[in-house]
Design a protein around this ligand. Sequence first.
Ligand SMILES: C[S@@+](CC[C@H](N)C(=O)[O-])C[C@H]1O[C@@H](n2cnc3c(N)ncnc32)[C@H](O)[C@@H]1O
Length: 286
Amino acid sequence: MKPEEHNKTLKAWQTSSQYWEKYRDLIAQMFAPLTAALIQDAQIETSQKVLDIGGGSGEPSLTIAEIVGPSGSVLYTDPVAGMVQAAQTEANRRGLNNIQFRQCSGDQLPFADDTFDAAVSRLSAMFFPDPAAAVAEALRVARKDGRVAFVVWSSKKANPFFSVTTDLLDQLFEVRPADPDAADMFRFAEPGKLAGILENAGAKRVVERCLNFAIEAPVRAGPAYSFDEFWQMRTEMSDTLRQRLAGITPDQLARVKQAVANAAEKYFCNAAMSFPAEALIVSGRA
Ligand SMILES: C[S@@+](CC[C@H](N)C(=O)[O-])C[C@H]1O[C@@H](n2cnc3c(N)ncnc32)[C@H](O)[C@@H]1O
């Protein structure tokens, strides 16, 4: 990927960081099954030294910091200043002092060889400018036999949380065919694609597993989690959606929102939101 394209990606994440901070608690809850799967596949336990690559507004770093405890440590990294700041603010609020923060890209990790017991990345590998270089870096900084584990989205079709909105927009407005290697959330949806990169980079015992789970809003006292809340969260968190919706008229916007509400109705029942979801966890050893 050309540097100017990655700079555009980073700029988009900088703008998105305020929304990832705003929805931090909801994001933590919705994607908690992904964190649990990463922790399991990377075999993270007390006293370990763990690297988080592309930690966004703080996950999985914040959860892992609790697991490794005071005798262990987490090194949170992300190339976007707004994300680093959001994660650091939350760690301070929680009084966690076993996390350190570094603003850096996954393909240029400023750490010595053999530093970490495990290196993990939740939903950020798709945005690496050079995935092979980033995987090689994760393997370099992990100790011998240390685990590396990446979680990425599986197909668009298996993830209506995203596609219920984007499919309708694609139907209503002309779209150009996507470049399969663009820094897009479904870049590694194809089974074997990221696993192949790990194998080529020399990872041992590479395993890819498919995780089916539900993206759910918290059950809470008071009014049910509504479609309007989902719509606001989705359209704020995604740079692509913010841009696409900014380019349409208020009338078109109202039509799209109503069409998405109709298509998403089945995911809002019994006073809760629940979307089926699918991710791939790709792990190996250094
Ligand atoms: C979908 S968010 C995931 C954030 C967090 N890990 C989570 O699961 O909530 C993607 C993250 O990838 C980060 N990112 C973008 N380019 C990156 C790069 N070159 N290296 C590492 N992370 C990158 C973004 O800044 C953003 O924080």
